[in-house]
Design a protein around this ligand. Structure first.
Ligand code: BES
Ligand code: MN
Ligand code: ZN
Length: 500
């Protein structure tokens, strides 16, 4: 969808706007929004509302043609709930209902004149973003690997957003550009997630990162198995060794800030397929373990977004990518391996592989003297039990510096409509990871499996400020609408934008 923003006023009126369709809001108490009033000189809109043909409930719509006194061919009335409380949810349902109607119209351009500034606890930038991200999600296709493509998109392809009153053009234009960058970043994350695991291998992720570096001027380094051996990443390599696919350790650098400024480091779990290894997973639904690289995908998607925005911040992205396969070379339960920082780990379950690759990536991150490190991983099924598919799990240590980082991330999530919730961490949970034979076991005693997984990582992050996001429930959808969501790109990008 092509979006632009335009101011309408008394000279340049909505009523005189030439467009295939004008979408305006109406409310449940039969009240018209300011824009609907501006089109109601002949009473056609108030008559339509009085008739009861539209309830005004969030997401209700009524398409009118040939409304007297206005130039546009159609007016789309869109319900937005009670007028004094346009909630985030009612605005979003209005947006998706509008886009659904737009897709069926015999016109390819439209104007949306919604009350962007009336959403409770949100501003016009938020509303603009909701429009752009809503359209991007609605038009996202999953037919890349189909020989017969899905039907082409029809209807409205160009949307002009009526600028919020009093806003100078530039503010709106920036907000639109930022929203488009986030949408493009999410699309990359979705595409990588949905790709079949025989295509989206560690090598494919590395090539994608190289292309991003080319397009946006990032520095890039891809470390190969030999270099990882030299770095003594025994934990990461213990997972990679069961597979015939070469592991890749990808380091991307966006140098948007001052050279002396400490970078934010994002670390993504890039298991391009998780069979469980020798601790093999059950067959049903195992295909969804192609999504086990969604942490990595979200790092690459976030880089796409901040590259396009030219964000003035130093950001480093680390992706540890490999497959977790059973084979004659695979790790066995009981194996003890030595991580990059010297910690010995007893692998009690080869299916707890995410933490084994991340711990070495987290040790590697020390060299950047980071301002903060955030790792993103589809780490535990238990996180879905706790939070379902709505909310990502957030884990940090329990001290003032980490409370501040946690608040930043929680706040960014709220702002972006990509929410997270904080879990506790601490010594009592860490004790669940004791091993009789090594420094640490890779799984905890029963209970609090998401927390013990985070605790495992915590052991490798004591040299900097760190947070962990468990996105097992939020990175993709199962069932009829199976597909990657592009989360948590909005949260991460907003978090980084807020740091500028
Ligand atoms: N990638 C999985 C976690 C996962 C499972 C995410 C299902 C989303 C849906 C991870 O590698 C894993 O297998 N974790 C185990 C850990 C256990 C062995 C301690 C799990 O959650 O069962
Ligand atoms: Mn696993
Ligand atoms: Zn996994």
């Amino acid at each position: 969808m092509d979006f632009s923003i335009k101011a309408f006023d008394t000279k340049n009126t909505l009523a005189a706007a030439k467009t295939g369709c004008l979408a305006v809001a109406v409310f449940e108490n039969k009240k018209l929004s300011a824009a609907a009033q501006a089109l109601d000189a002949n009473g056609a809109i108030s008559a339509a509302i009085k008739s009861g043909d539209i309830s005004g409930k969030p997401g209700s719509t009524l398409l009118l043609r040939g409304v007297a006194g206005i130039t546009a061919a159609r007016v789309l009335l869109v319900g937005m709930g009670a007028d004094d409380t346009v909630t985030e949810k009612s605005f979003s349902s209005a947006v998706s209902a509008t886009l659904k109607v737009f897709a069926t119209l015999g016109s390819n351009d439209a104007i949306i004149a919604f009350p962007l500034e009336s959403v409770k606890e949100r501003d016009a930038n938020w509303a603009l973003r909701a429009l752009v991200l809503g359209a991007s999600e609605a038009e996202f296709r999953t037919d890349g690997q189909k020989s017969k493509k899905d039907p082409a998109l029809t209807g409205v392809r160009k949307i002009v957003v009526a600028a919020p009153s009093g806003s100078v053009g530039n503010i709106g234009k920036n907000a639109l550009a930022q929203a488009a960058a986030i949408a493009n970043g999410m699309n990359l994350t979705r595409e990588l997630g949905n790709l079949s695991p025989n295509v989206c291998t560690p090598t494919f992720l590395a090539n994608t990162a190289r292309k991003l570096a080319d397009d946006y001027g990032f520095d890039i380094e891809v470390l190969e198995r030999k270099q990882l051996e030299a770095l003594k990443m025994g934990s990461f390599l213990s997972v990679a060794k069961g597979s015939d696919e070469a592991p890749k350790f990808i380091v991307l650098k966006h140098n948007g800030g001052k050279s002396k400024d400490a970078p934010v480091v994002l670390v993504g779990k890039g298991i391009t397929f998780d069979t469980g290894g020798i601790s093999l997973k059950p067959g049903p639904g195992m295909d969804e373990m192609k999504y086990d690289m969604c942490g990595a995908g979200s790092v690459l998607g976030t880089f796409r977004a901040i590259g396009e925005m030219g964000l003035k911040l130093n950001v480093i992205g680390i992706v540890a990518a490999c497959e977790n396969m059973p084979s004659g070379r695979a790790s066995k339960p009981g194996d003890i391996v030595t991580a990059m920082n010297g910690t010995t780990i007893e692998i009690l379950n080869t299916d707890a592989e995410g933490r084994l690759i991340l711990c070495d990536a987290l040790s590697y991150a020390e060299r950047f003297k980071p301002a903060a490190v955030v790792d993103i991983a589809t780490l535990t099924g238990a996180c879905i039990v706790a939070l379902g598919h709505h909310t990502s799990g957030l884990f940090t240590r329990d001290d003032a510096a980490h409370d501040a980082l946690a608040d930043e991330l929680l706040q960014a999530g709220k702002q972006a409509g990509d929410v997270a919730w904080r879990f506790p961490l601490g010594e009592i949970y860490n004790d669940q990871l004791k091993s009789n034979f090594a420094d640490l076991a890779n799984i905890g005693t029963p209970g609090a499996a998401s927390i013990t997984a985070a605790c495992f990582l915590e052991n490798f992050t004591r040299k900097y400020t760190w947070a962990h996001l468990d996105i097992a429930g939020t990175a993709w959808k199962s069932g009829a609408n199976k597909g990657a969501t592009g989360r948590p790109v909005p949260l991460l990008t907003t978090f980084l934008m807020n740091r500028v």
